[in-house]
Design a protein around this ligand. Structure first.
Ligand SMILES: NC(=O)C1=CN([C@@H]2O[C@H](COP(=O)(O)OP(=O)(O)OC[C@H]3O[C@@H](n4cnc5c(N)ncnc54)[C@H](O)[C@@H]3O)[C@@H](O)[C@H]2O)C=CC1
Ligand SMILES: O=C(O)C(=O)Cc1ccc(O)cc1
Length: 362
């Protein structure tokens, strides 16, 4: 396909999308960022084909414009775009985590606007964290306007096909309702748990004890505060509703704990486990689909490079690699992420065959 794409905001999401869209032979990806240093870096890293100095001029040449900025900024930029001399059939879209306010702002535009949200990401931000493979197997939600033509939706889907994401169309409010449950509200829980730890004065040592579970559940509290400020203020009503539901749930849990009867307590955990275990984790309808393999590694210099060396020898590609720092003084658990369950299975076999390290799948 042939198209001139302009991505505004070259952080984790804009940068990853820019890189992925370059897989189309006939697509030219221009990138703009308010921070000139970021735009220069994106160009040097090959994330964009060109880095135009003037946003307005670049917008006038674009067939597709993607706003990949924090959602508050996106609404402001959409306002400004009314004064840009855009092509008549230009398609505007965004990557924001919220959709209602953005779709409301889109009503004032004299161009096709199709809301977008790749439902995958990270607590990291910035162009350095951008990855071409970020969207693979993840859901990518589109929220067209009522009068958007099927042709425009099909064009955008075709453009996004190279991301290998699973594109689904939803209404903006359905999107905001569901993301409040599975993404926005959990973020506030993570932040509040960290605040609870921070307030602990009697035993500051508790921070050192913060183990795997605490770190897992609070990882997203390390995300970009500006981005989450905007998400929380835009999807405020749905999030407050989730908080009320959660407070009811906590009241019931409190009663359960005060009664302190082992059986109902076990039953509470059992029900949660059953639902959690049946979630479509990677691949089959998952939001964030990578296939993690956990490996207990010893605290010996070179053990990680030894492992990755074996995987490279057997040509098994790694998507990500991290250490769960459950202990301060020794190495933790190494988590290697793969793109497919087959790669993970091959890696498991390779490691079991060539080392004495224990491997397991969560
Ligand atoms: N971080 C994540 O995991 C995910 C984020 N999103 C959404 O994608 C959007 C971008 O998020 P990230 O890439 O994570 O943020 P980021 O912080 O990594 O990147 C945002 C970029 O926008 C630039 N920017 C800010 N104001 C600008 C302006 N007025 N004009 C041009 N550039 C401007 C910043 O300099 C920065 O480079 C947000 O709307 C967010 O809600 C969607 C899915 C996942
Ligand atoms: O890091 C994680 O697990 C995330 O939750 C990332 C994320 C952040 C915002 C989104 O709109 C979608 C995904």
């Amino acid at each position: 396909m042939n198209a001139q794409v302009l991505i505004i905001g070259l952080g984790l999401i804009g940068g990853s999308l820019a890189k992925a869209l370059q897989r189309h032979e006939g697509v030219h990806v221009a990138g703009y960022d308010a921070d000139p240093h970021t735009a220069r870096k994106a160009f040097k890293m090959g994330i964009i084909h060109s880095s135009p100095p003037s946003l307005e001029r670049a917008a006038a040449e674009a067939d597709v414009i993607v706003f990949a900025t924090p959602v508050g900024t996106t609404v402001k930029l959409m306002e400004q775009s009314k004064f840009w001399d855009l092509k008549k059939d230009a398609i505007l879209t965004d990557t924001g985590s919220t959709k209602h306010q953005i779709m409301e702002a889109a009503k004032g535009l004299d161009r096709t606007f199709i809301g977008g949200h790749p439902m995958v990401g990270s607590h990291k931000s910035g162009v350095e964290a951008a990855k071409e493979v970020l969207f693979e197997n993840a859901f990518y939600i589109l929220t067209p306007m009522e009068n958007t033509s099927e042709e425009s939706i099909a064009f955008l889907k075709e453009l996004l096909s190279v991301t290998k994401a699973k594109v689904e169309v939803l209404k903006a409010d359905e999107h905001d309702y569901m993301t409040a449950i599975v993404s926005h509200f959990p973020h506030l829980i993570a932040a509040s748990l960290v605040h609870q730890l921070a307030k602990e004065e009697q035993y500051p040592f508790a921070r050192q004890l913060a183990a795997g579970g605490f770190r897992d559940i609070t990882r997203i509290a390390s995300s970009n505060p500006e981005m989450w400020r905007d998400i929380t203020t835009q999807n405020n009503g749905m999030i407050v509703q989730q908080l009320s539901n959660w407070m009811d749930e906590m009241e019931q849990l409190r009663d359960l704990l005060v009664r302190n009867e082992p059986e109902p307590i076990q039953e509470y955990f059992q029900r949660a486990k059953s639902v959690r275990d049946e979630l479509p984790i990677a691949g089959h309808g998952a939001m964030y689909s990578v296939y993690d393999l956990y490996i207990d590694i010893p605290d010996v210099p070179g053990s990680i490079s030894e492992l990755t060396g074996y995987l490279a020898e057997e040509q098994i590609s790694i998507v990500n690699l991290r250490i769960l720092e459950t202990r301060e003084d020794v190495f933790g658990i190494l988590v290697i992420s793969f793109q497919t369950p087959e790669d993970r299975e091959r890696a498991k076999e390779c490691i079991s065959k060539r080392t004495a390290y224990d491997t397991y799948i969560s």
